[in-house]
Write a protein that binds this ligand. Structure first.
Ligand SMILES: [Fe+2]
Ligand SMILES: [Fe+2]
Length: 264
C-alpha cells in the first residue's frame, strides 16, 4: 500500500435504475481512478425506500466495502435482523440506544490499513434524535485508537447543519460528505485542517424526476398538499459520488474531487 489511498463514495442509490448504473460503471471507475475503498449510501436502494438483504449483498459482491443509510433505513420493517447481522451495513449512529444495527465500523483491508466509517443523521427539519456532533466525537475517539483514516456520511436536510459539522470535524475526520438531499452541490473542497468536504454528494439515480420520484406524482403532491404513493422514476440516470485521496499516516485528505457520470 502506498502512503495514500483513494476512497470512492457513491451517493444515495435509487432503486433499480441506480443499482443497475452502479453495477455497470463500478469496475471501470475502480480501475480508472485506482480506488482502494468504496462506500455507498444505500438508504433508497429498495425502490426508493430502504434497502433489503439482496441489494446489500449485491453491493458487497460488487466490491462496496461499507454501505451507509439514513432516514429511509428502517422503511423495510423486516430489515432489523439484517442490520444487526451485517457489521458493514450501517444506519445512522445517533438513533436512540437500542436501535438495531451499527452506526460506525472499522474496516481492515488485506494490506492491514484500517478505515473508520461513521454514519450520522441531522436533526434540523428531521426527526429528533441524538446530537450528531457529540456522537461524531465519540465515534472518532473509538476509531482513532486504531486508525487516523475516517469517513463521515452526514445524512441531513439543512445545508447549515452539514456545513457546521464539516467545520466542527475539520482536522478530526479525513472526509465529511453530506447526503439525503439527492442533489449534488458544487462546493467540494478540502478544509484548512485537511478534511475533504461537500454539502451534498447527490443521488445515484434518475434525474428526470423530483429527487428520484416520478415528477408527475411529486408535482401532484405540491398541487394538492396531500401524500401520493412514491414511485421511482426511470430516465436520465446518473452516478454522483466523490473521490478522496487520504494519507494513510496522517489521515489528511490531500485530493477531493466530485464525480458525476454522465455529467449534467
Ligand atoms: Fe436518500
Ligand atoms: Fe434520506
Amino acid at each position: 500500500m502506498n502512503s495514500s489511498m483513494n476512497i470512492l463514495f457513491i451517493g444515495d442509490i435509487i432503486g433499480v435504475p441506480g443499482m443497475e448504473l452502479v453495477t455497470n460503471l463500478f469496475k471501470g471507475i475502480i480501475e480508472k481512478h485506482k480506488i482502494d475503498f468504496v462506500i455507498a449510501n444505500g438508504e433508497n436502494a429498495a425502490d426508493g425506500k430502504g434497502i433489503e438483504e439482496n441489494q446489500a449483498k449485491q453491493l458487497f459482491d460488487l466490491g462496496v466495502h461499507v454501505i451507509t443509510g439514513g432516514n429511509h433505513t428502517f422503511d423495510r420493517w423486516d430489515m432489523k435482523k439484517v442490520y444487526s447481522s451485517f457489521k458493514n451495513l450501517l444506519r445512522p449512529l445517533n438513533f436512540p440506544q437500542g436501535t438495531a444495527g451499527f452506526g460506525y465500523t472499522i474496516y481492515e483491508l488485506a494490506s492491514g490499513v484500517k478505515i473508520g466509517v461513521i454514519n450520522l443523521q441531522g436533526r434540523t427539519f428531521m426527526q429528533p434524535i441524538e446530537d450528531p456532533f457529540r456522537t461524531a466525537d465519540w465515534a472518532l475517539g473509538k476509531i482513532n485508537e486504531q486508525t487516523k483514516i475516517s469517513f463521515v456520511d452526514f445524512h441531513a436536510e439543512a445545508t447549515a447543519e452539514k456545513m457546521a459539522l464539516g467545520w466542527y470535524l475539520d482536522g478530526k475526520a479525513s472526509v465529511v460528505v453530506g447526503t439525503h438531499t439527492h442533489t449534488p452541490t458544487a462546493d467540494a473542497r478540502i478544509l484548512p485542517r485537511g478534511t475533504g468536504y461537500i454539502t451534498d454528494v447527490g443521488m445515484t439515480g434518475p434525474y428526470d424526476s423530483v429527487l428520484g420520484m416520478k415528477k408527475e406524482l411529486a408535482i401532484k403532491r405540491f398541487l394538492t398538499q396531500t401524500p401520493h404513493k412514491y414511485e421511482t422514476a426511470s430516465n436520465d440516470v446518473r452516478l454522483c459520488g466523490v473521490i478522496a485521496e487520504v494519507e494513510v499516516e496522517t489521515g489528511k485528505c490531500v485530493r477531493f474531487e466530485q464525480l458525476i457520470f454522465p455529467k449534467f
